[in-house]
Design a protein around this ligand. Sequence first.
Ligand SMILES: [Zn+2]
Length: 193
Amino acid sequence: MNLEPEYREGLDQLAAHYKEVLSLLGEDPSREGLEKTPMRVAKAMQVLTRGYTQDARKVLTDALFEEKYNQMVIVKDIDFFSMCEHHMLPFFGKVHVAYIPNGYITGLSKIARVVDIFSHRLQVQERMTQQIKDCIQDTLKPLGVMVVVEAKHLCMQMRGVEKQNSITTTSDFSGAFNQAKTREEFMNLIRPK
Ligand SMILES: [Zn+2]
């Protein structure tokens, strides 16, 4: 089978398993509407987990620029879609990132790429938040970095565990953001006006 570049090995096996899953759920995988579903799901799942094959640190180390600017750099409202590792159902929302450079900056789109890579894996929101922070801290070595993630979790909303529309917020920070005043400055800037 000639794999399109965005798909990985194991696609056929994955599709075979999804066919089995459909049967186990009480469906008839041979009926017309479901005939191509196992392969579609397999492809979709490979795309949603493509972050496993991508190196977020390399994205940043490949795009470091020396720069004397040492005020807070903020990238807010980065949309993301991920899947919770407990139910494999989506959680999605926005990521806000701030860092204070220490000689190096990176392209703003690279921060969004890092978010994209960590979100395209099975995740818990807390760990994703920390991984984004660590990745930026370890590569740019800024004076501090802070990451705030706001998300809705379909595993809670669809199963009725939580109130509809509740938003889960997580944050992690390092260095200069240990000071409440610095965190506040960032939080004020990302708060919707
Ligand atoms: Zn879940």
